[in-house]
Ligand binder design. Structure first.
Ligand SMILES: [Zn+2]
Length: 253
């Protein structure tokens, strides 16, 4: 089955638990609670390959990411994964239920990295159990955008492995593209936090005015293309210096 529309948080949690129960290579853990007491989940998709971090739902009014995450967990459960994926499928469950960008304190969680004042970001960072993620992929949406898909990239740039462009190209095979790859500094955001820790950090941004089934498809295409490239380029097992050779570059779009 394909999850093609937003479901409420209770149904979403039940589906996560059900999937985790079905697949041996998927572990699910509650790592904390939101302001209003909703569970914050971490799914671990086990693989022998390089470690990658994937997040969705930092902004509650951007439901395509959490739905894409659910689809991805089901696929990876069925097909297995080479990469070792740590996934936080819904970082902001209160915002998701209220259909608002911020958490229940009215705080934009994607400006709380490095500060960690909110229970949701604290739950995430407090449950990070390895230091060597080669990439951090964060699924967002641009709620008012009418144009097309784009990505933000904050990264120790490696010109030979262009993750953001690869994601854009994969989405562009079926959907409209707007700005393509945008490089932008944003203090306190998840992407810059991980980029400063030598992870290749990309944010996916489907246009929020499109049908949700298409936005979920965009997230999944971007995710697949990114993970495939990461798997391919770390197949020799030497991922400890994967991005360390690049300089951290931030430029205006
Ligand atoms: Zn967002």
């Amino acid at each position: 089955m394909f999850y093609d529309e937003k479901m409420d948080f209770t149904s979403y949690s039940e589906e996560l638990e059900r999937l985790a129960g079905l697949y041996d290579n998927v572990d699910l853990e509650v790592v904390g609670s939101s302001v209003e007491g909703r569970d914050i989940y971490r799914a671990h998709i086990h693989g022998d390959g390089a470690p990658v971090l994937v997040t969705a739902g930092h902004h509650g009014n951007e439901p395509a990411g959490p739905m894409a995450a659910l689809n991805y967990i089901r696929e990876a459960g069925e097909n297995g994964s080479t990469l070792d994926i740590t996934m936080y499928p819904m970082v902001n469950p209160d915002g998701y239920e209220a259909d608002q960008r911020e958490n229940a304190h009215g705080v934009d969680l994607n400006r709380d990295y490095g500060f960690f004042k909110e229970p949701e970001t604290l739950a995430l960072i407090g449950s990070i159990d390895r230091e060597d993620y080669i990439a951090a992929l964060d699924m967002h949406e641009a709620p008012r955008s009418t144009k097309g898909f784009y990505v933000y990239e904050s990264t120790p740039i490696r010109e030979d492995i262009h993750l953001g462009q690869t994601a854009v190209d994969a989405v562009g095979e079926k959907h409209p593209i707007s700005w393509g790859v945008v490089r932008r500094d944003r203090p306190g955001c998840f992407r810059d936090f991980w980029a400063s820790r030598d992870a290749y950090a990309v944010t996916f941004e489907p246009p929020g005015t499109f049908e949700i089934v298409d936005r979920i498809d965009m997230e999944l295409r971007a995710l697949h293309a990114s993970l495939d490239l990461l798997e391919e380029t770390t197949a020799d097992g030497s991922w400890d210096t994967y991005v360390a050779s690049g300089d951290y570059v931030v430029a205006a779009p």
